[in-house]
Design a protein around this ligand. Sequence first.
Ligand SMILES: *[C@@H]1O[C@H](CO)[C@@H](O)[C@H](O)[C@H]1NC(C)=O
Ligand SMILES: *[C@@H]1O[C@H](CO)[C@@H](O)[C@H](O)[C@H]1NC(C)=O
Ligand SMILES: *[C@@H]1O[C@H](CO)[C@@H](O)[C@H](O)[C@H]1NC(C)=O
Length: 673
Amino acid sequence: MKRGKLDTMVSRNRIRLLQFLMGLVFFYLLFMSFEIPLVYRTGYGSVPDDGTFGFTSDTLPRPFLLESEEEMADKDAPRRPSDDTFLVSHGSPHRTPERRMREFKKVSGLVFDESTFDRNASKGEFSELHKAVKHAWVVGKKLWGDLESGKIVLQPKTKTENQSETCPHSITLSGSEFEAQSRILELPCGLTLWSHITVVGTPRWAHLEDDPKISILREGDDSVMVSQFMMELQGLKTVDGEDPPRILHFNPRLKGDWSGKPVIEQNTCYRMQWGTALRCEGWKARADEETVDGQVKCEKWIRDDDSHSEESKVIWWLNRLIGRTKKVAIDWPYPFAEGRLFVLTVSAGLEGYHINVDGRHVTSFPYRTGFVLEDATGLSVNGDIDVHSIFAASLPATHPSFAPQKHIEMLTQWKAPSLPKKNVELFIGVLSAGNHFAERMAVRKSWMQHRLIRSSIVVARFFVAMHGRKEVNIELKKEAEYFGDIVIVPFMDNYDLVVLKTIAICEYGVRTVAANYIMKCDDDTFVRVDAVIDEAHKVQSDGGSLYVGNMNFHHKPLRHGKWAVTYEEWPEEDYPTYANGPGYILSSDIAEYIVSEFEKHRLRLFKMEDVSMGMWVEQFNRTKPVLYHHSLRFCQFGCIEDYLTSHYQSPRQMVCLWEKLMHQRRPQCCNMR
Ligand SMILES: *[C@@H]1O[C@H](CO)[C@@H](O)[C@H](O)[C@H]1NC(C)=O
Ligand SMILES: *[C@@H]1O[C@H](CO)[C@@H](O)[C@H](O)[C@H]1NC(C)=O
Ligand SMILES: *[C@@H]1O[C@H](CO)[C@@H](O)[C@H](O)[C@H]1NC(C)=O
């Protein structure tokens, strides 16, 4: 009895205490909700935290615009972390660029003058590129204007609640249904681990090929008999305005290959660039070669004779029956034959795609950089083949959501620090495309976390142009507002125009950031920030002009093939000495020169941005000597031990490289995909 009474008293007191605390919390919240906006509005150091800066229609003058630059520099000087003082002593003594732009812009300040592109167009020289620039600028500027004014809005999402409807576990198509869908099987939610697709088809008989792309390979004969088909896993939803990426291109050539033998070629086409083809020519992959989930990349087949196969099968079977040999190697013929039905299954393993034909493993293709399984949203089969039916099963049950923001993690820890008021040692401009959400996120989580970047001695920004798909642009704008590390270059994105982004990087690096060095890289480049600065300091002892990277000497333009450079585009026989695009550094005087030449309309533009840079530096070198420094440690392809930058790194590899740097303190490569 007594205890019970005591208990109720205690609990009554507790309730009162709770009520009191809740009251306190309420008043605190009330107070904060009035106070915080005030704090933010007055603090001029809070540029990126105030995510709306640069995008809103808020036209109130910013308080910091009124500050003079010297005052800012004075105020800031004591804040420089002591352990980075080496930068002060080594920092280029020559001259630091003057910061001309008085605000830290999130849109590139590169000035386009449309009329100049018209004026010289009649001369014919480089006019195609200039025309393209102008078009991209006009379209892109309008797009960005609409986006900023909020004219572009996303339609409310069409119902996606019914998961079973949007993400089927399996899909079955008959041959005629497949034909009716223009030979594309749509996979609404992509693939997942161990999803598999089975195609039943019959290769058609060889026909005379008149496609010059194929027949050119066989000079002498004026006709070639060809039978081949292409099965491709494509990323229908990942990119718009470009060809869809071919995540797996599987191309059996029964007849007509230049080798004269039946082969299977496999490849990927990422951002409209073909990779290196994996050719299976009937030799089993060597034992020391990389395997895929324990499977060889290419199985052996009988290279010449089909008639042997029946015989050898029988012999093998007899040997097994008699029990004479435990292990008998049996060779199968090439898995496809004209007019003969086959059943092909492609499945998604841990390390790559596996292809089985008629129940036997034929090839395995390791996953390549840049794709995740759910990106494979379509399967197309084209060429000399009749498809009888297609089955896809073990497809992802839950919708991974193709919304690009799935890659974006809105956490304050990944936000860029605000731009410092002092000059910056190194500015890193990262070329990126609107839909490369995953790539940017991986950069943010890896080398952008370097202490030199967190302390604003080095500043890194992504340079992104307008994308063809409005959903992407809307997401991009949100991303830019949140992270504060994206500079919009307001023209329509186009492969031939990346050169403009390079100029925009120079402009931003010189005018907005006022950096001593300017570096350009790609969003699949991993940068060892401190090592790169050390390299520049080591080379530049006298404060002269500098161009550092993986140099190409006396390279010649490719004059044939898909990526040919015409004589109109590049009349000279040689390219100038130029650093490979995935990572190079300039001293700021060169960058300044480039921007000013561009604004005077004297800058020659070429579609390859790295060659263009070589050309501009060569021009600069005529008036003031430039120190060219070549280092293979700026890797063009992949990664080497002790790299300064490594390239073609997938988002996973980026994070892996960063972890190795952090935990093992060693620049080691991550060779998984
Ligand atoms: C979802 O779609 C399936 C197939 O169309 C249907 O059978 C099911 O009733 C739907 N569920 C809901 C909740 O609408
Ligand atoms: C355009 O023409 C003028 C006059 O001929 C020339 O000075 C200028 O360099 C040209 N600009 C470009 C970009 O070709
Ligand atoms: C740079 O200029 C110097 C002196 O004019 C010249 O010797 C050198 O070859 C030039 N370098 C390049 C790469 O053009």
